[in-house]
Design a protein around this ligand. Sequence first.
Ligand code: DGT
Ligand code: CA
Ligand code: CA
Length: 570
Amino acid sequence: MKNQEVADILYEIADYLEIKGVQWKPRAYRRAAGAIETLSDPIEEVYHQGELQEVSGVGESIAEKIAEYLQRGELEYLNNLREEMPQGLRSLMAVEGIGPKMAEKLYQELKITTVDELEHAAQNHKIRELEGFGEKTEQNILENISMYRESHERFVLGYMLPDVEEIKTQLDELDYVSRVEIAGSTRRRRPTIGDADILVISDNSSKVMDFFTSSEKVARVLSKGERKSTVVLKNNLQVDLLVIDEKNFGAALLYFTGSKDHNIALRKRAIDHNWKLSEYGLEDRESEETLASKTEDEIYRKLELEYIIPELRENRGEIKAAGEGRLPEVLNFEHLKSDLHVHSDWSEGVHSMKEMALTAKASGLKFLALCDHTQGLGIASGLDEDDFQERQKEIDKVNEELEEFTILPGAEVNIDSDGKLDLANDALEELDVVVAAIHSGLSQSQEQITERILSAIHNEHVDIIGHLTGRLLNKRQPYELGLPAIYSAAEDQDVCLEINCFPTRMDLPDSHLIDAKDHDLRFSIGTDSHSTEHLRFIELGVTLARRGWIEPNRVINTLELAELKKQLGI
Ligand code: DGT
Ligand code: CA
Ligand code: CA
């Protein structure tokens, strides 16, 4: 699948056009790139079927460029842009807060073209001397550079999963492979992954290695051995593949799933029994007899533990809980009836509400909360009060047409810098699901941002606080917030906190979910989908809830319509 590769070249074009000051086009390229990045079908297939222009955001001109790239492996238009631009300017823009204008200025005035040069200039206080830049900007640049450095070693899980799962499927189909499991942080569904780890059982290890290292997804082979190989995929993700003996597959799977801290704690528990736990099995230290090795379940059982799902294996109390039979009840996708945060083409989304509904229905859900953006955000195409009334007519009509599926009218309203919502109360009153979230005024103090959220919680029409911490993986840290006050207020007002599972958000983070667990809070899972392709991210919401120890009875998506309405005060 070349989706990420194609998306990357479109993003690159967008950046160059933006530096050149071209209007509109950068946005069109980014929109197309975003759609391709999250497409579940391989873009090559879409191209061969002559359906490139069916992909949302892909018009004639972009389709031609994709076709040229897929045919020739390069694109003349992009090559020309690359020649025009100083190398490196683009990597500057990967630092949060550095937009094209700033990049251009840094280049013109200080001849800065790399992140290293930028850091050097900031440390030597050269940035604050530029017109329009100050001491604060300089400080921010330094902070954002360290964020950039950290993040460029990790990948967003939701964007990597399709490739890793496709490799698994291809291996599964080989007749000399009897079992394939994804291990590591990918199996634990950590929102970002350093690399992917795959384990297989095979009676022909060298053939497996030949197959794996010559996959069309592979850009470079870092090492190729009899039992282990490491490659870098075209999307830059590194993947380790290990061949394991069937008799100790469970022990190896346990070991390579990690986390490292979970493994260490398990090993301690083994030592207390005078046993030894390794990637080969659990054995008695004296007799060297193997006590368990074939399945993970056996090993946990022998250690007098309940089976611990991968999402919980972070050494955050799960071993103690498993020993006492107190592990949280596991949330499954089958528990969910709804996705409670999606957009349609009424605002920023690319598909109609009916298309969104039909895709959600096909996945097994029964209702969707249509939370289009309001106007106050300043983003194009937000809805005002009249628009919401117009939209309601379409909702009524589509609900008539759909069988056994319901679209709930909702909105994602902005909490402005003073804590006010950007839609009048009488309009909010008409909506079933009101998600309130912060999208602007992010540089305020912790107290100010906390106050804004508290005032939204106290608005009687607000049902859910969306993406509370505002983090953007690899881009923006969570804001500092007065969390205890927010949790208490949400509990008192019966306002839910969102588990936003758009891949780059994954907000609330799992550590926050764990902290919130002792409050009597309800959570709402929302994909924040802007296209039908995004709806599959609901699985990430399930795994995020699991990582946060959230049980099904705390998640309002498990409710049937009548109970959900009660929860929402309808
Ligand atoms: P990542 O790749 O940074 O997102 O995180 P992981 O957890 O996938 O880590 P990785 O790929 O380095 O190793 C895979 C698993 O192998 C890890 O979760 C636990 C196990 N492992 C690796 N190195 C060690 C080690 O030094 N000690 C122990 N106990 N386990 C290790
Ligand atoms: Ca890994
Ligand atoms: Ca690894």
